[in-house]
Ligand binder design. Structure first.
Ligand code: 13P
Length: 349
């Protein structure tokens, strides 16, 4: 890689984790956004999807102050607002960076019941070239790692971890070749009944393999962003960990596995509640800022949008209320990114 390309990628990555800022994951696939709209009793039409994304991207305070970048779905990066302005232009006008989800989803891993491997490498170079022309400066690829139920230690298998991390590395190298910063997302799911220590073990092993694969693929870490799960107990575990334990174990795990050259780590929310996701991020930044070589921020989907979606309910007259809800969550997470959030702030309108 030339020094110029490395600088270009590093500048983008550093902007993605600027102080007080993080990423809005608005890249729900057609199937996932349908599920979200079902929850408010709204039909998932192209216009409804456009209206919803438009209301988010037109929330000026959030987009200018707290959202450094937005991950889009293929449909959205090509869509125009009601008045004809490309949605991408709304994002860049606010000083935020457009990004794009490029994986084609997690598919069953042959002969490994219960495990998945993410696909989408075929034709990826050409797709990235087009996405760059459409304005994307970063991309996302999500690998999904499940943890076996009832103490079943055969899931995840070494083979499944290796296959997913290898695909992530091939994706990341192609992104960098096309002047796009790869967000590498190895998500260890919080479904299941495992405790926090099992999540630690699987997360650490996944990250060790990921950085080995990225090294072999000649990916420049200064031009990447990591999007991981927090180290946290499964939703069905009877031993739920406190925010202090989550923060301590997450930071310890990453210090052991994520090289210092990585500019930023942005968490997914993965099913945590909005306030939980904010509180956990805040605790890490408050207690451990001095010992972390990377910026720690957010790339939340549900934890930035849940209240906004509910307030909107698919009705035009609710747009201001939905925008206020989104702005509030963006501000709370912006504060958590700096370890400056307190629970009392949740009551500020
Ligand atoms: P959640 O924050 O809702 O987990 O979504 C983030 C994301 O982009 C998952 O790939």
């Amino acid at each position: 890689m030339t020094p110029e390309l490395l600088n270009e990628l590093n500048d983008i990555a550093v902007r993605m984790v600027a102080p007080g800022k993080g990423i809005l994951a608005a890249d729900e696939s057609t199937g996932t956004i349908k599920k979200r709209f079902d929850s408010i009793g709204l039909e998932s039409t192209e216009d409804n999807r456009r209206d919803y994304r438009e209301l988010l991207f037109r929330t000026e305070s959030a987009m200018k102050e707290n959202i450094s970048g937005v991950i889009l779905f293929d449909e959205t990066i090509r869509q125009k607002a009601e008045d004809g302005t490309p949605l991408v232009d709304l994002i860049t006008a606010a000083g935020s960076i457009p990004g794009i989800k490029v994986d084609m989803g997690a598919k069953d891993y042959a002969f490994h019941p219960g495990e998945k491997v993410t696909e989408g490498l075929t034709g990826l170079r050409e797709r990235l070239e087009e996405y760059h022309q459409l304005g994307a400066r970063f991309a996302k690829w999500r690998a999904v790692i499940d943890i076996g139920r009832g103490g079943d230690r055969s899931i995840p298998s070494y083979s499944c971890l290796r296959a997913n991390m290898h695909a992530l590395a091939r994706y990341a190298a192609l992104c960098q070749e096309q002047r796009i910063v790869p967000i590498v997302e190895p998500e260890v799911l919080m479904d299941g009944d495992h405790d926090i220590d099992r999540c630690y073990e699987v997360t650490e092993m996944g990250l060790k393999l990921l950085y080995e694969e990225l090294y072999d693929a000649k990916v420049a870490l200064e031009g990447t962003i990591l999007k991981p799960n927090m180290v946290i107990a499964g939703k069905k575990s009877d031993r739920q960990a406190s925010t202090d334990e989550i923060a301590e174990k997450t930071v310890r795990c990453f210090r052991n596995a994520v090289p210092a050259a990585v500019p930023g780590i942005v968490f997914l929310s993965g099913g945590q509640s909005e306030v939980q996701a904010t509180e956990n991020l805040n605790t890490m930044n408050k207690a451990y800022a001095d010992i972390m070589p990377w910026k720690l921020s957010f790339s939340y989907g549900r934890a930035l949008q849940a209240s906004a979606l509910e307030s909107w309910g698919g009705k035009k007259e609710n747009v201001p209320a939905a925008q206020a809800a989104f702005a509030h969550r963006a501000r709370m997470n912006g504060l958590a990114q700096q370890g400056a959030w307190t629970p009392e702030m949740e009551n500020d309108a």
